[in-house]
Design a protein around this ligand. Structure first.
Ligand code: SAM
Length: 284
C-alpha cells in the first residue's frame, strides 16, 4: 500500500473539520493561475480527470453527474414552467448541460468570474461542455455578485449558485445582500438554489444560509442532501429557496419521464431528498 503523502495521491486536507480526502493519481496534468485562483487538473487512476481549485476538489469525470443533476433538476421540476435561468459560477459547464436538457428553458446565462475554469473544462471535461453551443446558452465572465445586483427585477425563474466554497471569490455569494439581489431578480414562482456544502461537516453554515434566505423574504427553504464521493465527507447538499409558496409538490410525472436522460436524479430521489434525515431535521 502506498503512503498517502507520496506523489501518487492528491489529498484535500480540511484542517477545520479534521478530515482529509485522497484520490490516487497517475500524474498532475497541468496547473494554471488566473487572477482569481489556482486551477489544477490531475489524471486519477479510478475517477478520470480531476479539477482542483485552490486545493479543493471540484469535478471528477466519474461522479460529477451526482452534483450537477441535483443542482439543476429538483429546482427545475419544482418550478411550473422554468424559462429564464441564471447559473452563478458553474464554470465547468456541467450544471449548464443539465439545465439545457429542459425544453421549457429559453435562455440560460452562466456567469463565472473566471474564464480559465471554462477553458480548462473544455479541454479536460468536453462531455460537460457538449451543450455550450446551444443557442439558448450564454456564457458570461463576470462577478456573480455584481451581475445579480444589476439584473432586472422579476426577470428570472431560476437562479443556481454553483460556486466554490464561501472563501475567496465565492465568499460574497453566501450573505443577505446577495440573497436580496436574487429575491428581487426572481419572478413570483422563482426559485434560488445554492450548493450548501456538507450536511455532516457544515451544519452551522447550512443553518445560517437558510435563516438568511428566510430573513430577506424568501417564503420557504428546502435543503436536499445527496452523495458526492470526492467532496469532504462524501455527502453534500443544495438548498432551495422559494420566492412565494411552500415546497412539497413538484412536477412528478415530468420528472419520471425525464429520468431517461439522467444518471442519478429521478422522481423518487427528488421525493426522498425532500424528507430530511432525522439528524438534520434536529439541527436545521
Ligand atoms: N461543484 C463545485 C463545488 O461545490 O466545489 C463548484 C464548481 S464550479 C467550478 C465553482 C465556480 O465558482 C468556479 O469556476 C469559480 O470561478 C466560480 N466562482 C467563485 N466565486 C464566484 C463569483 N463571485 N462569481 C462568479 N463565479 C464565481
Amino acid at each position: 500500500m502506498s503512503d498517502l503523502s507520496s506523489p501518487n495521491w492528491f489529498t484535500e486536507q480540511c484542517e477545520n473539520t479534521g478530515l482529509a480526502l485522497s484520490l490516487r493519481i497517475k500524474h498532475k496534468v497541468v496547473e494554471k493561475h488566473s487572477r482569481f485562483q489556482k486551477i489544477e487538473i490531475y489524471e486519477t487512476t479510478d475517477f478520470g480527470y480531476l479539477m482542483v481549485i485552490d486545493g479543493c476538489t471540484m469535478v471528477s469525470t466519474r461522479e460529477n453527474f451526482l452534483y450537477h443533476e441535483m443542482m439543476a433538476h429538483p429546482a427545475l421540476f419544482t418550478h411550473p414552467n422554468p424559462q429564464n435561468v441564471v447559473i452563478i459560477g458553474g464554470g465547468d459547464c456541467g450544471t449548464l448541460r443539465e439545465v439545457l436538457k429542459h425544453d421549457s428553458v429559453n435562455a440560460v446565462h452562466q456567469v463565472d468570474i473566471d474564464a480559465l475554469v471554462t477553458q480548462m473544462a473544455q479541454t479536460y471535461f468536453p462531455e460537460l461542455c457538449e451543450r455550450n453551443q446551444d443557442p439558448r446558452a450564454h456564457l458570461i465572465y463576470d462577478d456573480g455578485i455584481e451581475f445579480m445586483h444589476k439584473t432586472l427585477p422579476e426577470s428570472l425563474d431560476i437562479i443556481i449558485v454553483d460556486s466554490t466554497d464561501p472563501i475567496g471569490p465565492g465568499e460574497g455569494l453566501f450573505n443577505r445582500a446577495f440573497y436580496t439581489s436574487c429575491l428581487n431578480a426572481l419572478r413570483t414562482d422563482g426559485i434560488l438554489v445554492q450548493q450548501s456544502e456538507s450536511p455532516i461537516l457544515h451544519q452551522k453554515l447550512i443553518k445560517e444560509m437558510r435563516q438568511a434566505m428566510l430573513e430577506v423574504g424568501f417564503s420557504d427553504v428546502q435543503t436536499i442532501p445527496f452523495p458526492q464521493p470526492i467532496y469532504p465527507s462524501g455527502y453534500w447538499s443544495c438548498t432551495l429557496a422559494r420566492k412565494d409558496g411552500e415546497f412539497g409538490e413538484f412536477r412528478q410525472s415530468d420528472a419520471e419521464t425525464f429520468s431517461k436522460q439522467t444518471e442519478y436524479y429521478n422522481e423518487a430521489i427528488h421525493q426522498a431528498g425532500m424528507r430530511l434525515p432525522s439528524f438534520l431535521k434536529k439541527v436545521l
